[in-house]
Design a protein around this ligand. Sequence first.
Ligand code: HXC
Ligand code: NAP
Length: 266
Amino acid sequence: MSVFQADVLAGRVALITGGGSGICKGIAEAYLAHGAKVCICGRSQERLDSAAADLREKTGGEVIGISCDVRQLDQVDNLVAATLKHFGKLDTLINGAAGNFLAPAAALRPKGFRTVIEIDLLGTFQVTRACFDALHQSGDGLVLNISATLQYHGTPMQIHASAAKAGIDALTRNLAVEWGPLGIRANAIAPGAIDDTEGMRKLAPGGLKQKFLKHIPLRRYGNIQEIADMAVFVRTSAAAYINGTILVVDGGHCVVAPGVSDFMPD
Ligand code: HXC
Ligand code: NAP
């Protein structure tokens, strides 16, 4: 049961990169359930078709899936053109496409570093830039980037993803300043560790998941619904003055002072 009115996003059209799985599929579901029309993108058309069918069944909403590698400019241009052709407008862009793996800095090949930077950071820039005209014409555009919190401190085996997400935070602030006057807000959501996601499976394998819990003040992992709710909120009129902000949803993990986790009450 949602805390938002069922039609709070009626009339909205959102493009959600990475919307075929995990957190961004959850955001797509929440947007559809609240009346928005949605295009999801990822590299695998098969995955998108299956996700779109599932989303239609769950919400009855209008959703299409268009395959696109966000690193490839021609595919990005096609994605935006196809979305506009289908829906006639676009007022919301959610940049969630990302790639990650655990790798120590000394062993990480430059190609691996480049791959993550190109998917997360360059991809976010390319899709955002391609959407500019449509967001501008909508008169009430929103860019919502999916960031993270690992870049706030040094995080082992995450030099590539940390650099990419720090760059995404910088994009968010710069867009807010340059495009705010043109009627386009730019914000980011920084999820903490979200349960039942590819990110968690990759970054907290084996016993690490249980071990990590003591560092989160709320003593639990987040869930996809909690990120999706924040994404709906940012698109509502209640958030109309929120611009250039990185909204952290992490159970308090990133504000824990260094070394105090062992002293926190159980
Ligand atoms: C070290 C690796 C590696 C690994 C890839 N590489 N996997 N290095 N350890 N496990 C490096 C290698 O140098 C490799 O080239 C290069 O990356 C490119 O790998 P490819 O597999 O050819 O790339 P590609 O097919 O484009 O796939 C991209 C990917 C893949 C990122 C590597 O994992 C992917 O598609 N991921 C998408 C889904 C995903 O990762 N979701 C999780 C998002 S979670 P060579 O030639 O040397 O092999 C997330 C969480 C953020 O973002 C914060 C959480 C707290
Ligand atoms: P996920 O399910 O793997 O989502 C990533 C999506 O990006 C997939 O649907 C993938 O689809 C797509 N993608 C990857 N490379 C792409 C490319 N080159 N072009 C287009 N699409 C591409 O992972 P998730 O854990 O839900 O993460 C979603 C977002 O939340 C990411 O931005 C991630 O950094 C962020 N995040 C996650 C967590 C967490 O705890 N999970 C924490 C902080 C931040 P294809 O493989 O089909 O292309």
